[in-house]
Design a protein around this ligand. Structure first.
Ligand code: B1M
Length: 210
């Protein structure tokens, strides 16, 4: 097995320290940072995403694999910047105002990062204006809003309105998700995209960026 296949396999098993070690070894052996990212780490995250979508693995396995990916990325980051590997787009993500649930939002964030997007995480309980401000400051392609409570899902409409009021509605796509969110809710508030799970959210975000 080549070193890239080994990195991918270890990442899928969630073995963070080993992933870190092998990523460094690959760099020392002269493998390009872009190849390590795309064939090793992102390839593994794509397999994880597919398995998660098919219910072959569940939240804990995804979180563990994502932690291993982050460990690998932490070694790669300075080399990637040096090599000029461009991010595939920028997303601002957060759980809407009044809502403190962040497990799903964190999964979506990890999947987006796994697709090569630059993600600005605003955390939980994020007011509509903060989503818009962060999108403006970071020239974001997408605003990603998560909500788990029926009482907070209405906040997403405020995000759409705040983006329009700030004059950036034609420049930024708005993606919504979370357990109570549906396609018809997305349509009713004028958001651009609804995704039912983290893996589809990452696919949709990449499509929206390109
Ligand atoms: Co809360 N909670 N909770 N809770 N909690 C729910 C959501 C609830 C359904 C439980 C229930 O009553 N059966 C219920 C909501 C009912 C409703 O609104 N109709 C509820 C309630 C009522 C509350 C409190 C009000 C309870 C109280 O205090 N009385 C309170 C509210 C606090 C607040 O937010 N202001 C509260 C608090 C909490 C905890 C803090 C204890 C904890 C959150 C911990 C944390 O997140 N750090 C918690 C938890 C864990 C849950 C349950 C059990 C699990 C939620 C979860 O993390 N699921 C939940 C019941 C349930 O769902 N079975 C419940 C796993 C996660 C991976 O799924 O977030 O859906 P999910 O994300 C998925 C998709 O939805 C999607 O991708 C993810 C992965 O595939 N997705 C997106 C998510 N965001 C997306 C964004 C996208 C695209 C896809 O694009 C941008």
């Amino acid at each position: 097995m080549g070193i890239l296949e080994e990195i991918s396999s270890l990442m899928q098993q969630g073995r963070a320290p080993k992933v870190k070690e092998l990523v460094q070894q690959a760099i020392d052996e002269g493998v390009s940072p872009k190849e390590i990212l795309e064939k090793g780490l992102l390839g593994a995250m794509s397999i994880i995403g597919d398995k998660f979508k098919k219910n072959e693995i569940f939240v804990p396995e995804v979180l563990i694999a994502a932690r291993a990916m982050n460990a690998g990325v932490s070694i790669l980051k300075p080399y990637l910047v040096e090599a000029g590997v461009e991010s595939k787009g920028t997303a601002v993500i957060g759980t809407v105002k009044g809502d403190l649930h962040d497990i799903g939002k964190n999964l979506v964030k990890m999947m987006l990062e796994g697709k090569g997007l630059n993600v600005i995480d605003l955390g939980v309980d994020v007011p509509a204006e903060d989503f818009v401000k962060a999108a403006q400051e970071n020239n974001a392609d997408i605003i990603c809003c998560s909500a788990l409570l029926t009482t907070t899902m209405g906040e997403m409409k405020n995000v759409v309105a705040a983006a329009a009021a700030a004059g950036i509605r034609d420049k930024v796509k708005i993606m919504v998700g979370g357990a109570p969110i549906t396609q018809s809710f997305c349509d009713s508030i004028g958001a651009d995209c609804y995704s039912p799970d983290a893996a589809s959210a990452a696919d949709a975000a990449l499509a929206l960026c390109s």
